[in-house]
Design a protein around this ligand. Sequence first.
Ligand code: GAP
Length: 459
Amino acid sequence: MQKITLDGLVAYLKEQGFVFQGSEIYGGLANAWDYGPLGVELKRNIKDAWWKKFVRENKYNVGLDSAILMNKEVWVASGHIGSFSDPLVDCKKCHSRYRADKLIEDFTHGQITGDGMSNDELTKFINDNKIVCPTCGALDYTSIRQFNLMFKTHMGVIEDAKTEVYLRPETAQGIFVNFKNVQRTTRRKLPFGVGQIGKSFRNEITPGNFIFRTREFEQMELEFFCKPGTEIDWFSYWRNYCMGFLKSIGVDGDKLRFRDHDKKELSFYSNATTDIEFEFPWGFGELWGIASRTNYDLNAHMTHSKESLEYLDPEDNTKYIPYVVEPSVGVERMLLSVLFSAYDEETDQNGQTRTVLRLHPALAPYKVAVLPLIKKNHAEKANEIFELYSSYFQTTYDETANIGKRYRREDAIGTPFCVTVDDNTLAEGTVTVRDRDTMEQISLKIEDVIPYVLGKLKF
Ligand code: GAP
């Protein structure tokens, strides 16, 4: 059972300093969010965890950081200029605007997604099933038109067709166009993968559900290049790797499921695709897309740029265009699933409710809170200890309020360990370490806390 509603989580994250409405003092900007002191740490820890598992610790993979603005021809070749669009309909009565496929998805509670349906098929499904306007109840829509999701701007001072550039709608294309650079400079043989984390932008028709669907978001993408014929094995390798990763960082396994795309839903270039879905308060939603994309992308860039993106296989001296398996996930969606999994409320024997964010220590914004028991006696030593610990891991310091209140505050933001500095610290060099989840306390030497905490950061 979810312990908190979406509205409850939004209010809680604002109150604690995780996520604020973007441009708030000007009345906000719809669907734009800013990450506060705790949110930025949590987000960074999620990205670090992904980078560690997908780039640093995986012997096949390396990393990349490509530019957001790319030559327009990239988007012509990739098909984004021609067909990266959503089917848009307006209600003729109240003028509300919808994505036709989302109307179907919501109506069927996610059973039918509308992906892969033509405009005619979408229109027929809506009419046959009498899917009325969710705002006013009318069944009177305009015909469907395709709306391109890319944000367009101009490079330089002259605004004409020649200076048009786009904000990238995915990080993947930066990897494809660098395939040869990476392969040549790393002298990699297939299979190998290239991972990238970065901002993407989509002019979504129906953004919403807080940070689930936004117009500016971050993606963590891996393009895994392999020999044709081996891609389905690699697809299942990455499918399991992604699921294992989510569970290892504390995403609730009972709320996760695979949704394999059937033939009708598969993109024309894909021979296998699955979504890892998470059960959000509004139902299951896509968290991670994993697609076997054949050689579609490299082939498209090779044809359009006229640069060879073929690979000469040293094993058998054959030349071919590598196949690609792509696991692609949004940072914000991972953050939401982590938060819904971690949020907990429990009542103690005195009837007091404690809010605990049971984050994996590796993801927690702060690993340790250093708390002097009595400010005037213990603050000086506690400050020394803060300086020591903060060079090893994210540490916070709090000398306000009574110790019980400070523990509760740290529980609510997910700090796994509170280190209390008291008379024993001054006399014997020991501190009390309190565990967020069990609330048990142990005594450790000041310096022994460092390996103790570092040992808990593994996942
Ligand atoms: N390169 C493939 C690609 O971009 P996608 O399914 O369009 O595939 C991959 O996006 C992931 O990016 C999604 O599973 C989701 O986690 C995230 N994502 C996509 N659009 C998003 C949006 N508007 N807001 C937040 N996250 C989004």
